[in-house]
Design a binder for this molecule. Sequence first.
Ligand SMILES: [Zn+2]
Length: 498
Amino acid sequence: MTWNGDAIFRTIPLHVVLGGHCARLWGKSSRWSGVRMTNQNRVLARVDSDMDGMVLGLQELVRQPSVSATGEGIEECARLVRGMLERCGIPAEILRLGGGAAPVVYGEVRSKANPEKTILFYNHYDVQPAGDASLWDEPPFAGIVKDGSVFGRGAADDKGELVTRVWAVKACLEETGDVPCNVKFVVEGEEETGSEHMGAYLSRYQKKFSCDGVIWEFGYVDASDMPIISLGMKGLLFAELRASGPARDAHSSLAVLIENPAWRLVEAISSMRSADGTILIKDWYEEAAPLSDDELKLLDKERFDEDSFKTEYGIVSFVGDTGGLEAKKALAAGATCNIAGLSSGYAGEGTKTILPAGAIAKLDFRLVPNMDSKKQVERLRSHLHDGGFGDIEVRIFHVEAAARTDPSAPFVADVKAAADAVFGGHILNISSAGTGPMAQFAEYLGAPCVAVGCTHVFSRIHSPNEFARVDLLRDAAMCICHVMWNFGAGHHSPKFQK
Ligand SMILES: [Zn+2]
């Protein structure tokens, strides 16, 4: 398959490519017509004709493992990203904090036409571990192109999204010698392990990173190829619970006398949540922000294909048998208490009659806006203490607050118009079900954060056989061009209120 030539004009009707943007510019001011529209056409055509280059760039990134959980290839990948930005005309440097923090790659291009407005692309070059390589059809770091997709760990999350931003800027620079607004890249290397040092980077480089709008690192496309523009992220509290029993594994006949730590742990965990998913820890929902009427209206309009979701995950029903609007509310604004891992005793083949010396559970709690992670940690500890489980050790690995961008922010309108222009529509999602350091970006930069991109909802991120569809990479790069044009030409986004 090739992505060369003028395929853009064959696959997308011209009025869709140019979309509402040209109508808006023509309608408002005739000085934008002519030259500017020609430039836009040329930039879009350049994105299209440079798809081979973008795919090669993505393959190169995928072939460099960069697993933040183990540290494998992190340094090498940071250097690779820096080199790639520079090759694409974006001056770049590597920022460091020391103290074990992964480097951040920073790139910046100033706009000659519009130096007053700045867009920041936040992405990450680290990836999840590949997991069991035998579950992959191709080696996880081979970056194979097959059936119109790039396969490999990180192909979608987040190296695929990163190249769409880079190649959009490259196309603008090569065709016009300029960018529609100032452009900044912040590419971190610890996103998959919880962005531990992002707050410190934001604090130290607050001025350097200052901007008027942030394009977030991910962006989904639903089962019918409609882009999902996401305005928020849930928070996260990741805890380890550890129950201790006898000094060593004991003969299981002694279960008549010796308390089994696996039972204690299971009893403690089951006291935290009811079968319908409600968290039973006292005051857990106390500060949780309710959904506003506007947010509820948006959720109601949002498309969610329950059947294809269930088919994809091989499930027959949702937690608590929920569905319809309630299922959408849960995804966008529901708090969770999830068992991420459970380990104790013997789980190998056959039998082994032991009473284990200890038991460990890893729990992750998704938080919603206004929940204070410190308070939630205290509530978790009190719950265990008050329930008679005070002997269970609690270790907190990670806390992150939730954030949501105001759907009425002008920057959101810029992104919506860009998605409409390229994809012929969009779905506005008030919050992703996932977690990222959005609250910290909002706090330090005071800019609205919006996620838009090209990750197909079933592109198996974090799973074997992760892939990125090349046609969606191209569409996303064009969408980013439109975002920059809309943002550069339009209104000034007001500062974001957290
Ligand atoms: Zn990820």
